[in-house]
Design a protein around this ligand. Structure first.
Ligand code: C5P
Length: 393
């Protein structure tokens, strides 16, 4: 595979050389691009020696007809990797700036982008960077790291560049030929937020852990995964195309836009209703009755995607979070929603499943019901991914 590696500024830039070594050893072609900042920490010559090809560092040297144009350069790779990705380059990527070769390539590319951020902890936690990262993720940019630890500036916290082997593994995940190579799976995860007014919303206790783990397990099997995630603090798996959404309506639109898919797994806890949201923040009025919320039914994403038609995924898997009569309700739900399988679990508070690490599920298919033991959510995910691979084989 061919990788376009953009090295932006920062003390961690030297680690990019180790990443190149790992990639070359695994047989990948690497073309290096140095930003002006990156060139302060890594010389073009050292990058060139390790990539064994010419290194690009200036937009205007590419205007020569005899050179490879920047559009061509941005498209020649299978994957664009930004490592380290400074706060500045993340900001340029989020706002669509094209002020040097690296940012022009990032704006012009039609290939997946993986960024490995590295910066001071306060810069990483600054709302501006948080917003930029959220924007990039919602556009499908994958992130690996940053790690947490002592930084070059002696502060402690998240911001360290992920170690080269971890970045290498995230890159490999893009190309891993596995049992599910060539298969596309759509996964929904997390809660939805339905606004009441500009500052309040209705949500639920879903952590997004199970859906995120399923996406990661499918990626490990080599599937191409689109993960449509409601608001969650989970670290979403590098290598998935990530679509971050808030409301059920946005989730449905993102799912429809992600089709066609070979399989779809609906692990999200979607709100059943949305509110007639007030345009301004609702205020207490002395002596007046509290405002009433007018609720409207949300679209049922699982039922909509399960409708027969040319775009229906071959295998549609729904979840059923029940607090009583789990198996019976799940079987009825499978028929009502028109999906193929239901993964049912008991989410009554005593089980601790809803926001916990473990899950005990029942898999309901046309053939019957299987009771799985209590397992870590990652293990439930691995088993489910293996069953999906089997069903699509
Ligand atoms: O009807 P209920 O919410 O119990 O169904 C749960 C299943 O349906 C889950 O797979 C969930 O992701 C999906 N669902 C959906 N859209 C909704 C409600 C639930 O996709 N509006």
């Amino acid at each position: 595979m061919n990788i376009l590696l953009i090295v932006s500024g920062g003390i961690a830039a030297f680690k990019a050389l180790e990443l190149v070594r790992l990639l070359r050893k695994a047989g990948h072609g690497v073309t290096g691009v140095l930003t002006a900042g990156g060139a302060h920490f890594v010389t073009p010559l050292s990058l060139q020696a390790l990539t064994e090809t010419r290194v690009y560092s200036d937009l205007f040297s590419l205007t020569d007809e005899s050179e490879m144009g920047h559009i061509q350069l941005s498209r020649a790779a299978d994957l664009v990797v930004v490592a380290p990705a400074s706060a500045d380059i993340l900001s340029s990527m989020a706002t669509g700036r094209a002020h040097d070769l690296a940012t022009t390539l990032l704006l012009a590319t039609d290939k997946p982008v993986l960024a490995a951020p590295a910066m001071n902890v306060r810069m990483w936690l600054h709302p501006a960077t948080v917003a930029n990262v959220a924007t990039l993720r919602s556009r499908g940019v994958s992130l690996v790291g940053p790690d947490e630890g002592v930084m070059a500036c002696h502060e402690f916290g998240p911001g360290r560049l992920a170690e080269p082997p971890a970045i290498f593994a995230a890159i490999e995940a893009f190309f891993a030929p596995g049992r599910m190579a060539g298969k596309h799976v759509l996964v929904t995860s997390g809660p939805t937020h339905e606004p009441i007014d500009p500052v309040r919303y209705i949500a639920n206790r879903s952590s997004g852990r199970q859906g995120t783990a399923i996406a990661a397990a499918l990626l490990r099997l080599g599937a191409r995964v689109t993960l449509v995630s409601g608001p969650t603090s989970q670290e979403l798996p590098a290598g998935a195309s990530i679509r971050r959404v808030e409301t059920a309506a946005e989730m449905l639109a993102a799912c429809q836009a992600a089709l066609p898919a070979d399989a779809a797994v609906f692990a999200a806890a979607v709100a059943d209703w949305h509110v007639d949201a007030a345009a301004q923040k609702l205020k207490k009025q002395p002596g007046a009755a509290p405002p009433s919320l007018v609720l409207h039914q949300n679209p049922d994403i699982l039922a909509t995607i399960s409708e027969p038609g040319p775009r229906r995924p071959r295998l549609v898997v729904g979840f059923a979070a029940e607090t009583e009569n789990v198996a019976a309700n799940a079987s009825a739900k499978r028929l009502r929603k028109g999906c193929d399988w239901i993964v049912a679990n008991d989410v009554s508070p005593a089980t601790g499943i809803m926001a916990g690490e473990a899950n005990q599920v029942h898999l309901v298919t046309a053939e019957g019901e299987e009771d799985w033991p209590m397992l870590p959510k990652t293990e439930v995910a691995a088993r489910l991914a293996a069953r999906i691979a089997e069903a699509l084989a």
